[in-house]
Design a protein around this ligand. Structure first.
Ligand code: AMP
Length: 309
């Protein structure tokens, strides 16, 4: 695996690989790599002949300066993990390489999608930051396929919207959420939890499980379903920013579940804010299962028997 820090070096390398008939895969990350990232790198290395992993802690998508300052940076460890998972190129640009002096362009998805859930709570500027950097990375690497995690469900939808709207010649592939044994979704931010907060955080997958149980028992009222999650979180001393049941295509609110929906939540735990989601699919629904990939479930919580990813 080669590590490069400039766009010029990156382009030279990728151009060479493409000239040799290679399929280029891109896995954009902010580093502090864990098994969730590794599953994306592995998927890319199976599909592409050259996998580029980018590590860039993008200041433009942080709405909280202390979150940005405390974001873990572990490049050496990340390089070993990326290489072991099958990466061919590690792209680690400086902020000045991505946003040189005079930078003055922003990519904004104007669909109502960006104003919902994360956009409503973090501000739509968060997604402006995401789409700006993702489009830049797509332009820098020009991959055939780019991989995203279903854990950031809304982010993947927003990226797909941008790719469709701007006719970008890239396929967006998603992979299911990778979890700890106790169900907590892996996140680079988990390392900032104290032992006690880490125990509290397990209430998040437990809250999802409560909703799934009620759903499997026939409950279809979104307020009742989300209420199950809220009370499970409250039992652990946690207050969610939101627990929502939404249309899987545009994240508009759903009152009664008659077709597949996404259950999404954001929960502050100690110094961090954790997000998670799963899909709920009525057994007798005539509608197709919603997917981010077009070829499987959107990914979700492991303990639910129908969640296979
Ligand atoms: P991040 O480094 O947090 O920006 O994440 C980089 C990519 O990894 C994004 O596409 C995330 O959705 C994905 N990702 C993060 N956590 C997980 C996880 N637990 N399982 C699968 N993918 C993940």
């Amino acid at each position: 695996m080669l590590t490069v820090r400039t766009v010029a070096e990156l382009r030279d390398l990728v151009r060479d690989r493409r000239r040799k008939g290679g399929i280029i895969g891109l896995v954009p990350t902010m580093g502090a790599l864990h098994e969730g990232h590794e599953s994306l790198i592995l998927a890319s290395s199976k599909r592409a002949t050259c996998t580029v992993v980018s590590i860039f802690v993008n200041p433009r998508q942080f709405d909280d300066a202390s979150d940005l300052a405390a974001y873990p940076r572990t490049e050496e460890r990340d390089a070993a993990r990326a290489s072991a998972a099958g990466a061919d190129v590690l792209f680690v640009p400086d902020v000045s390489e991505v946003y040189p002096d005079g930078f003055g362009t922003e990519v904004r998805v104007t669909s109502p999608l960006t104003g919902r859930l994360e956009g409503a709570h973090r501000g739509t500027e968060h997604f402006d930051g995401v789409t700006t950097v993702v489009l830049k990375l797509l332009n820098m690497v020009a991959p055939d396929v780019a991989f995203f995690g279903a854990k950031d469900y809304q982010q993947a939808l927003v990226v797909r919207r941008m790719v469709a709207d701007l006719n970008l010649p890239v396929e967006i592939a998603t992979r299911p959420t990778v979890r700890e044994q106790d169900g907590l979704a892996l996140s680079s931010r988990n390392v900032r939890l104290s032992a006690q907060e880490r125990r509290q955080a397990v209430a998040i997958p437990r809250a999802i499980a409560r909703v799934v149980e009620a759903f499997d028992a026939g409950e279809r009222d979104a307020e009742v379903l989300t209420g199950r999650a809220v009370s499970e979180l409250a039992d652990a001393g946690l207050t969610p920013e939101y627990v929502a049941i939404a249309d899987p295509a545009d994240l508009s609110p759903v009152a009664t579940v008659v077709a597949p929906v996404v259950l999404a939540l954001a929960v502050p735990v100690g110094p961090v804010r954790l997000i998670d989601n799963t899909t709920l699919t009525p057994v007798l629904s005539d509608s197709p299962v919603p997917t981010l990939t077009g070829s499987g479930r959107a990914g979700g919580f492991v303990p639910h028997p129908s969640e296979k990813g």
